[in-house]
Design a protein around this ligand. Structure first.
Ligand code: ADP
Ligand code: MG
Length: 274
């Protein structure tokens, strides 16, 4: 967590934070395995994320960030405790409810997960699949309205000129911007991102984080994004939730706070609980 981060445009001002929380976690716990060998990946995690908030989930490798994001996306159930995401209770929801939830959440992965042999535009179109019936073969199998929206999305991320290129001909930073456009196709009520810039060089990282800040602001989107760089989290988010060994060790607004304070908070609680 020591590498200097590129400067990213800050999401200006904290939102009014009116309305029901988009995420409400209440003692969320995830244990992998059982018996003596079991591992507590998330330990009694409780916090809320309000509409329009942009929150960085900060933590060292292995602290539980990816596990938390996958639980929030309904991909695996909690062991105990509960969480409510966009009104869906994770521990109690059935398969179809979780599938419906997933359609309302945009997810951006560290490794982009584009289909390299497909065109950039078709990759963005696949973001609408949850709302379409049946499999799709080729760009023209998508309704015109979907193709037009995808092209608009590519314009938003500054890549319309590359629409008909194969996705695997783009740089990492460009691929991640395509992945953001794809995640926005379903007009998500929540955007989750799991270390979206961990594979990118500093310049591309800054560009992707600026993009995430801009779309959050323009669409009043709620974003929870895991990062492992303090400076990046500070320059980008309204708020930082620090995760360490599966526990929330800090939860602070970024306004008026500096790197040293974040590090002290993160380390202090870790030292106390060691
Ligand atoms: P982070 O994303 O912060 O690096 P993870 O959520 O990937 O952390 O992992 C948290 C802990 O849970 C790690 O010790 C990891 O090895 C463990 N873990 C994650 N997924 C699984 C799994 N499917 N089975 C067993 N252990 C897992
Ligand atoms: Mg991870």
């Amino acid at each position: 967590m020591t590498a200097p981060a590129p400067t990213a445009a800050h999401v200006t001002g904290s939102p009014a934070a009116a309305g029901e929380p988009v995420i409400r976690l209440d003692g969320l716990t995830k244990r992998f395995g059982s018996g003596a060998d079991s591992l507590l990946a998330l330990d009694d995690v409780s916090f809320e994320v309000r509409p329009g908030e942009v929150v960085a989930l900060l933590g060292l490798s292995g602290s539980g960030k990816s596990t938390l994001l996958s639980l929030l996306d309904g991909l695996q159930p909690p062991t105990s405790g509960d969480g409510t995401v966009l009104g869906t209770a994770l521990a109690r929801a059935g398969r179809s409810e979780l599938r419906a939830l997933r359609r309302r959440i945009g997810f951006v992965f560290q490794q982009f997960h584009l289909v390299g042999r497909l065109s950039v535009l078709e990759n963005v179109c696949t973001g609408a699949l949850g709302s379409l019936r049946g499999p799709r073969l080729g760009l023209l199998s998508y309704p015109r309205a979907v193709r037009e929206r995808a092209l608009d999305g590519l314009e938003q991320v500054g890549l319309a000129a590359h629409a008909f290129q194969r996705a695997d001909t783009l740089s990492g930073g460009q691929q991640q911007r395509v992945a953001v456009a794809r995640a926005l196709m379903q007009e998500p009520g929540l955007l989750l991102a799991d270390e979206p810039v961990a594979s990118l060089d500093p310049e591309s990282s800054a560009q992707v984080m600026r993009l995430l800040a801009r779309v959050a602001r323009e669409r009043e989107l709620t974003v929870l994004c895991s990062l492992h760089q303090v400076d990046l989290a500070l320059s980008w988010a309204h708020r930082i939730v620090g995760l360490r060994s599966g526990r929330v060790v800090m939860d602070v607004a970024t306004e008026g706070i500096d790197r040293a304070t974040v590090m002290r908070l993160y380390e202090e609680v870790a030292a106390e609980s060691a």
